[in-house]
Design a protein around this ligand. Sequence first.
Ligand code: TYD
Length: 215
Amino acid sequence: MNDHTAKGRFIAFEGGEGTGKSTQSQLLAGALRTLGKQVEVTREPGGTKGAEAIRELLLHPPGEGWNAQSEALLFAAARADHVARRIRPAIDNGVWVVCDRFVDSSRAYQGVAGGLGDDAITGLHAFGSHGLRPDCTLLLEVDEDRLAQRLAARDGEDSDAIGGRSIDYHRAVAAGFRSLAEADPDGFHIVDGTGTPDDVHARVMKLIGPMVDPA
Ligand code: TYD
């Protein structure tokens, strides 16, 4: 039975491209539904009409593209709409929200790899989204060689404006995620993303189990 009296929970998957976040979001949502939870799966940038329109601007920029500041502002604007119109209302209605990327992507990509620093990103998030944090963030990690293979298989030559950045940029993103997770061991779980989707899902469920009210 769905419990509409309790507040929902907010779980985010984070990690570089091709680490399996969207597959794991779907598998987790299915498992939570089986356990009687009402679940919404969403993603960033995106999740609302307005935020999906901003996603298109970010991933396929018109003209010469965005500078670092504009890019960070657009991600924060998309997130503000997503939080206000979808995530916050869902949580308040007892829905469990599973999100493929959230603010820690901005901290790792724009803050660390893009060089804007953490204060700028968390400041934008405080203004845009009242600093909302997931109850739990699952960081999926896959080693670089395996990642390069997965990306080549998935994107071929068609990567987007951010996915197509240099290997050094993506290395900085991965290091950024890891240091965010290490600095906040209560908020993050680092999950080994190697193996089959079911292998990874089993690791995720071990970590999420204690959050799920068995009643
Ligand atoms: P997407 O295709 O959704 O990611 P993935 O490749 O992991 O499936 O593309 C989103 C891109 O946007 C990805 O390159 C990460 C980037 N991004 C940021 O740079 N900052 C952010 O805050 C978010 C949410 C995403």
